[in-house]
Design a protein. Structure first.
Length: 302
């Protein structure tokens, strides 16, 4: 095969930049659903009366009515600052780990198994970047914390002062579970869907294929990781008190505790707004990422 037929290697910097642009595009589009998802997940079986959210639509309605429309974008600074390195790390690490695993297993093309393994490893890598930003975002999104913090910097300052600097990584273990599960499902499904879809050189059809593959990948990843996301939200919303063991501490015991006290369905609290965000959001990520990379490739061959 001639060199002209070989795919152009994507440098780490290009993959990183494309992931960053994709992440910011997705968060600006889908963020209100994330606020609703977090509110519903933080609600336990003690919430009663008018303060209780009876599903996604009711949560949207009550937030807008009682707190104003702008509350749907409260805490967005942390996610915007997070999404660039988070999504950049997701795609760049997935690309890098893919090369490492292909070399390790002696293959030249991605397989279903390697796609899942690569996604899981990229998710674990990504987790170390996102934990402090996720912690800040959840503290700002929680209705009960609305009067405690005056923005992102104030959250960081108060957490460090009251709970110690290591508290910024509260929830790391649960975040690892969440991201490993989502990324393995996301990239694994994308590989499978793209393998069965008809190949095309038409840009518009390629974009549609990416949107479908990414949306299905995002949906499947969300099915896998929602129970871990529920307990992660609760773990990160719990303030550390010296000498007191928090109710929600480690992931698997917390999953079991939520299921025992609130029923198995409680592990999927916030699933609807979450899947409505991360299903289409997964498609947006893949479409924008691919478009940026293709633009770079076009510049190289021009």
């Amino acid at each position: 095969m001639s060199n002209a037929a070989q795919p152009i290697p994507i440098p780490f910097s290009v993959s990183f930049a494309a992931g960053a642009i994709a992440g910011i595009s997705e968060i600006l589009t889908m963020y209100p659903l994330d606020v609703v998802k977090t509110r519903v997940q933080l609600q336990d079986n003690t919430a009663k009366g008018p303060d209780r959210y009876n599903g996604m639509v009711d949560c949207f309605r009550k937030i807008v009515k009682n707190e104003g429309f702008s509350r749907l974008y409260r805490g967005i600074t942390a996610p915007i600052l997070m999404e660039a390195p988070k999504r950049a790390t997701k795609f760049a690490a997935n690309d890098k780990w893919g090369k490492i695993y292909r070399d390790a297993f002696g293959v030249t093309q991605m397989t279903q198994g390697i796609s899942i393994l690569t996604g899981a490893t990229a998710g674990a890598t990504e987790s170390f970047i996102v934990v402090p930003f996720e912690l800040v975002k959840i503290r700002l999104q929680d209705k009960a914390s609305a009067g405690k913090y005056n923005g992102m910097i104030d959250v960081v300052r108060k957490i460090v002062a009251k709970e110690g600097p290591m508290a910024m990584y509260n929830g790391l273990e649960s975040t690892l579970w969440r991201h490993v599960m989502w990324n393995s499902g996301y990239f694994g499904v994308i590989h499978q869907i793209k393998a069965v879809m008809p190949k095309t050189d038409v840009k518009q059809q390629q974009m549609i294929n990416d949107l479908i593959a990414g949306s299905l990948g995002g949906t499947f990843g969300t099915l896998l990781n929602t129970p871990f996301d529920v307990v992660k939200s609760r773990i990160q919303n719990t303030q550390k008190v010296p000498g007191v063991v928090p109710k929600y501490n480690w992931t698997l015991p917390s999953v079991a505790l939520v299921a025992k006290e609130e029923g198995f369905a409680a592990l999927y609290k916030g699933f609807l707004p979450k899947v409505l965000r991360l299903g289409p959001g997964g498609g947006i990520l893949l479409v924008v990422y691919t478009a940026v990379v293709d633009t770079w490739k076009g510049m190289q061959t021009a």
